[in-house]
Design a protein around this ligand. Structure first.
Ligand code: ZN
Ligand code: ZN
Length: 277
């Protein structure tokens, strides 16, 4: 039995090696070029050495380019020859030869793409179809600095504070709010069920006082559940009821309807709740 083996990526690369491998302009461009070629469907396409080099905006000579490419082979990139893949031969065209992303490279480049926005990745304060539970003021959604926030514009009570990828902003404000709702519901569900949605490790559970969560908000809860991942560091703060029902409070249309307001006032199932990054 091994004692505390050093963490590795799936391809047996240590985290430090993985960071250093992508910490070079040429290697980063190679991964980006292969990712651009792949798009969103099918198996990873193969690019020949010359095709790949022509897609990389670099002035390094051929041998230097090859050096950087070989640094990635076996970790994030695979070299295919005569239709043979290191992974699954049956998905490779028999005439194919060249370079393609390995699954680890695909995961890496997708993660980077998911955190990348086109243009201004912000949503200005947008009124929701909710009155503040505490002061009947206007509750607003805002997206800025990768954080999706639901907050009362009047008493400033902060209902939601979620690290959310900027892809939710691809659409109008109502679509963005709906996408944020669905995305954060899925994240919260994984945490509530004890699995980190980012890295797949189990998460620990502790009760914390709201004043100890470190988030910039007035808080009226008595206790919340902190679920945190020791492996990647992602955390989520759940209100106690959300442990079993991880539904965002803002999962409604941004357009006003009196019926929603009446529901909130007559029932208490949507009492305020907060999550965190
Ligand atoms: Zn308020
Ligand atoms: Zn994790």
């Amino acid at each position: 039995m091994q004692d505390d083996p050093e963490p590795t990526t799936y391809g047996a690369v240590t985290p430090d090696e993985a960071f250093s491998l992508i910490g070079n302009d040429v290697r980063a461009e190679i991964l980006r070029a292969l990712s651009d070629e792949r798009g969103g469907d099918g198996t990873p396409p193969t690019l020949s050495f010359s095709e790949l080099r022509s897609r990389v905006d670099s002035e390094v000579d051929s041998s230097r380019f090859n050096y950087h490419l070989q640094q990635l082979v076996g970790r994030f990139v695979e070299r295919r020859e005569d239709g043979h893949s290191q992974l699954v031969d049956s998905v490779v065209d028999p005439d194919d030869g060249g370079y393609a992303l390995r699954p680890e490279g695909t995961m890496l480049t997708r993660t980077i793409r998911a955190e990348t926005a086109t243009g201004e990745a912000t949503l200005p304060p947008t009124a929701l179809d909710l009155d503040c539970y505490f002061c009947d003021g206007t509750v607003e959604a805002t997206y800025e600095n990768a954080l999706f926030k639901i907050q009362c514009a009047d008493c400033e009570y902060l209902y939601e504070y979620d690290l959310t990828p900027p892809g939710i902003l691809n659409g109008d404000a109502e679509t963005a709010i709906s996408n944020a709702s669905e995305y954060n519901r899925a994240v919260r569900l994984a945490f509530a069920r004890g699995v980190c949605p980012l890295c797949g490790n189990g998460v620990g559970t502790t009760f914390v006082a709201p004043s100890e969560t470190g988030y910039p908000r007035p808080d009226r809860r008595e206790a919340c559940i902190n679920r945190s991942c020791d492996h990647c560091g992602r955390i989520d703060i759940l209100r106690v009821a959300r442990r079993s029902s991880p539904t965002p409070a803002y999962s409604r249309s941004a357009t006003s309807t009196a019926s929603t307001r009446r529901r909130r006032r007559s029932g208490d199932s949507n009492s305020p709740s907060q999550t965190a990054t």
